[in-house]
Design a protein around this ligand. Structure first.
Ligand code: SAH
Length: 504
């Protein structure tokens, strides 16, 4: 069956699923029956393998329930220490960046023993970060960079010990100020003077912050300018207690490679006094700003952004480039916060796959299409599957901007999608999987094994869920060939790892 027939078929399946009909239609079963090269013997063998694997999945599902129970306890412990706010390594901000909720977070017990740097730092009389005690998001802020990498490496090596020897970390040459998405919450002191910063641990009190060692310095300077302008423009900051005031948050997104800068002013009301003069004054101080957007959030919520938006200046979005491709970043788009290491991460994933140019690659959990689009020149076709409707919309725009014609995007659950492909006898050579921090699921892994790609490239932002998933993937007939950690979040405990698996 040609790819385009496949495309039509999936569209049909999607439609049916949207209508709430049964997922298996007669086309599928016909395709399954007609699948070439499946002798009765092979069929029997596959059936046996499936039964054996299903029992592993059952065990693993139980293990996963255990794991989740432990994670919940662990999360509770971690919550006691957790801060909320804007910093990398900060659980809340990190969850937002990965487009998921706090409940997906999990922590390894081993973290506690491994990250001695944090303990040493806490005990030290003076941290190099003046906000360390109140913020606490950068657990390794006072640990020398090479030591951070060694400690993180030891942690991931311990977890992946049964599968492979983990390569050295790919770190950053200049590990500070890497964060190109910066958020500040706005409030005021008792005298009404505007303040901006982060929420104090477990509260909605704001810890005023002028600059952060991890954030882009230009972003911090813009936030300071906005704070300085508020009084003269008679703009009041929002008061959570009585609901008065206008400005709640400022979000800055920087296109590191294009130099484009987006300022998002989050307000409770769509009426911004002296709007044009405010924009003019801000641009005078920061002519490098390319767009200013007002986002209206009038809800009592811990979410930063509301649904409505009004562009005050420029196009309302920015572009950035990654691995030679251009990507559109809107206020709500998911995009990695460390663009330098993002490029390293994706190049590592694509190099690892050793592509010949003839492959059909499936990009699961594809977000705004970054990995698939970057991989597209190196393969014959890419099929991308993502659950979030807005992300799929952005992904289609991104493919268009880059003139990529060999990629198709599907809004669907990756597990269901792969199972449908497997049931229809479709074939892919390679699966890229980049799941949220909670990792994948036994069901996802089962359908991937049924689909039987020759290679799997797993991009993980949590070594704990990675280790759990690898157990099942390797039991399903794959072996780990390589594991390379990439430091996406220096000075924090977060670990990103790229793993190559191939079918035994
Ligand atoms: N690969 C992308 C995004 C990774 S974040 C990048 O590098 O930019 C993980 C993504 O998985 C999110 O966009 C989330 O919406 C998506 N996702 C979560 N569960 C999913 C599921 N069951 N099926 C498909 N996509 C899912």
């Amino acid at each position: 069956m040609s790819y385009h027939e496949n495309v039509r078929k999936f569209e049909k399946i999607n439609q049916k699923m949207n209508q709430g009909k049964k997922k298996k239609d007669s086309d599928d079963s016909a395709a399954k029956k007609n699948k070439p090269g499946k002798s009765i013997e092979q069929g029997k063998k596959i059936k046996e393998d499936k039964v054996a694997f299903a029992s592993e999945v059952k065990k693993s599902t139980r293990a996963m329930a255990d794991f989740e129970k432990k994670s919940t306890k662990f999360k509770a412990d971690a919550d006691k220490k957790k801060t909320s706010g804007k910093y990398p390594g900060n659980n809340k901000a990190f969850a937002e960046d990965k487009g998921k909720t706090k409940k997906n977070l999990c922590f390894a017990k081993k973290d506690e023993s491994i990250y001695k740097g944090h303990e040493e730092t806490s005990a030290a009389s003076k941290s190099r970060c003046p906000y360390f005690k109140k913020c606490g998001a950068c657990q390794m802020i006072d640990t020398p960079y090479d030591k951070q990498l060694r400690q993180k490496h030891a942690h991931v090596q311990e977890l992946l010990e049964p599968y492979t020897r983990v390569a050295s970390f790919i770190g950053m040459e200049e590990p500070e100020h890497y964060r190109c998405k910066v958020h500040a919450v706005f409030t005021h002191d008792k005298k009404g003077n505007p303040l901006s910063g982060i929420y104090r641990e477990g509260t909605h009190d704001v810890v005023p912050i002028d600059s952060c060692l991890l954030e882009d310095e230009k972003a911090d300077a813009i936030i300071a300018s906005i704070r300085g302008m508020l009084k003269s423009f008679k703009i009041k900051t929002y008061d959570e207690d009585n609901g008065f005031g206008l400005l709640r948050h400022v979000l800055i997104r920087i296109g590191k490679n294009t130099g484009e800068i987006m300022v998002v002013l989050v307000t409770v009301s769509p009426i911004f006094p002296s709007k044009n003069n405010f924009v003019k004054a801000l641009l005078k101080e920061h002519p490098e700003i390319t767009t200013i957007v007002m986002n209206i959030n009038d809800k009592q919520t811990s979410m930063i952004l509301g649904d409505k938006e009004k562009t005050m200046y420029g196009p309302g979005f920015i572009y950035d480039t990654c691995c030679g491709m251009k990507f559109k970043i809107s206020p709500k788009s998911f995009y990695q916060v460390n663009p330098i290491q993002q490029e390293v991460l994706y190049n590592t994933a694509i190099d690892m796959a050793q592509l010949s140019g003839n492959e059909i690659a499936l990009d699961c959990y594809s977000g705004v299409g970054t990995i698939g689009i970057i991989a597209s020149p190196h393969v014959k076709e890419v099929i991308s599957v993502e659950l979030n409707k807005d992300a799929v919309k952005d992904a289609k725009i991104n493919a268009k901007i880059n003139d990529v014609n060999n990629i198709t995007f599907y809004e669907n659950d990756a597990t269901r999608f792969m199972q449908q492909m497997a049931d229809s006898g479709d074939h892919v050579d390679l699966v890229f999987m980049d799941p949220p921090r909670a990792g994948s699921t036994p069901e996802f892994i089962t359908s991937m094994i049924n689909l039987a790609p020759a290679k799997v490239v797993y991009i993980s932002c949590s070594p704990d869920s990675l280790a759990r998933d690898l157990e099942l993937i390797t039991k399903g007939g794959y072996e780990v060939k390589k594991a390379i950690p990439v430091d996406m979040f220096p000075f924090t405990r977060s670990i990103e790892t790229v793993v190559l698996l191939s079918k035994r």
